[in-house]
Design a protein around this ligand. Structure first.
Ligand code: FMN
Length: 431
């Protein structure tokens, strides 16, 4: 039983919750206050295997009236499939959503939105991935015997007690990020309505890195024109060369992406409890992306090398602009709350683990040493990871926005936000 989103905007059990609850329910609400209210307002669940018939995703909590364009969702799916260094699977899949519910005549209804994204490659895997029992030959044909270091293969085998690694890798695969990108496109559509936009770019691939730290928002507008989604053309060439070298060696290469959100309302998130801090929620969302091994907000790891006076972003005021910050090393978050500056977060993506240059592994049945199994694979997924990072940031920000404003319709949300913004202008705006 989850309180209506309008009643949990301030994350307390409200009078409405209690007055409408029975005595038993009331005791339950009192004892589980945190659990009930820590549920996200905007949430999503994905399902589907890499070579199953389809991926699906249900997004719940969007207000009614958000304009949704299927083409915009598909455009993000295409961006996820691109980037120099992707492998053969991307030639087969031409991802596109089928909208099953929650949208009517181009706008959300306030009910759960469900999408289906078909796996075209499933045609070649029908018996291997069949839900009905099949002859042993179907299982054996694509059985993965030798766990690949760096994948979920071994840990998943130990978790589920199986030596058929196909059962692990099908869901552990980053194919799942397709569904996240579709869900994220909905959150982006919501955010767009309040003036918040999200972009991402590649900062590093292997030894090749883009110039400087704070690449300006404007320079990110055409980043999709770059084969590696890098705003620095010279660095992009070096990145392509890194990928070519890794591919030639049968190896893979990782890197760093930055995701940037502009026009984020100030005051999203909270410092009152550890799990409400928005920096923590963003870090968790980015870290949950397959192959991401580190996340930094703003200047991140540099904070450990710098003294306070040269690290923190000073607070200035002038009559024309109101409060202004000359720098943004905090990456738009102070005390776990958005401060109105751009949100900037970086994610480190490890070199993907499926390698032609197979690493040492073991046959889980015979225990004999073997080279790790090789599945068709990419060489570098850093540019694609940026698109997934956009989706995850959009979902976290959409959730934090709804938590702040409530609102069952977009109009209600916007009017609540306007009231907040008026209050903020009074406090920190120009005179
Ligand atoms: C968009 C995307 C595509 C990926 N494609 C591949 C791939 O083709 N081959 C591979 O070995 N790993 C690929 N990965 C990485 C693996 O999914 C990841 O290494 C694996 O889930 C284990 O990493 P973890 O320990 O961080 O979960 C991809 C990751 C992302 C984000």
């Amino acid at each position: 039983m989850k309180p209506r989103k309008t009643t949990c905007a301030h994350r307390g059990v409200t009078a409405q919750c209690h007055t409408t609850a029975s005595v038993t329910q009331r005791a339950f609400l009192d004892s589980t206050q945190c659990v009930l209210h820590d549920a996200s307002v905007l949430r999503f669940l994905t399902a589907g295997e890499s070579h199953g018939p389809a991926l699906s995703v249900v997004v719940e909590g969007l207000p009614a009236g958000v304009p949704i364009e299927r083409e915009a969702i598909d455009a993000d799916l295409r961006r996820r499939q691109g980037g120099y260094g992707r492998g053969g699977r991307m030639q087969i899949e031409k991802d596109s959503v089928e909208v099953l519910s929650g949208v009517r005549h181009g706008r959300t209804l306030g009910s759960p939105v469900a999408f289906l994204i078909r796996n075209k490659d499933h045609e070649n895997w029908k018996d291997v991935m069949a839900t009905e029992p099949q002859p042993d030959a179907a299982r054996e044909r694509r059985r993965l015997k030798y766990p690949r270091p760096g994948h979920a293969d071994l840990a998943g085998a130990l978790k589920y007690g199986t030596d058929d690694l196909r059962n692990v890798l099908e869901r552990a695969s980053a194919r799942e990020t397709t569904a996240r990108v579709a869900a994220g496109a909905l959150a982006k559509a919501l955010l767009r309505e309040v003036g918040t936009q999200i972009r991402s770019h590649v900062v590093r691939i292997g030894g090749a890195s883009a110039e400087g730290a704070g690449i300006a928002w404007e320079s990110l507008a055409d980043v999709d024109q770059s084969p590696v989604r890098c705003a620095d053309a010279r660095a992009a060439l070096a990145m392509v060369a890194e990928i070519d070298r890794a591919k030639k060696d049968g190896d893979s290469v990782g890197g760093v992406v930055e995701v940037v959100a502009r026009g984020v309302p100030a005051g999203l998130g909270a410092f009152a409890q550890w799990d409400r801090r928005l920096d923590g929620r963003i870090a968790q969302a980015l870290m949950s992306i397959h192959a991401v091994k580190a996340v930094a907000i703003g200047a991140g790891f540099e904070a450990g090398e710098t003294r306070g006076a040269s690290f923190h972003d000073e607070i200035l005021w002038d009559a024309e602009r109101g409060i202004a910050r000359p720098t943004n090393r905090a990456g738009g978050l102070e005390g776990g709350i958005t401060n109105g500056e751009e949100i900037r977060a970086r994610a480190v993506v490890k070199p993907i683990p499926t390698l032609l240059l197979a690493l040492r592994s073991v046959d889980l049945r015979s225990k004999e040493p073997q080279k790790a199994s090789v599945e068709r694979s990419d060489t570098c997924v850093v540019p694609a990871a940026g698109v997934v990072a956009e989706a995850m940031l959009a979902l976290v920000l959409g959730d934090a926005l709804l938590e702040k404003t409530g609102g069952d319709s977009l109009a209600e949300l916007v009017s609540h936000l306007e009231a907040t913004r008026a209050q903020q202008r009074e406090l920190a705006g120009p005179r």
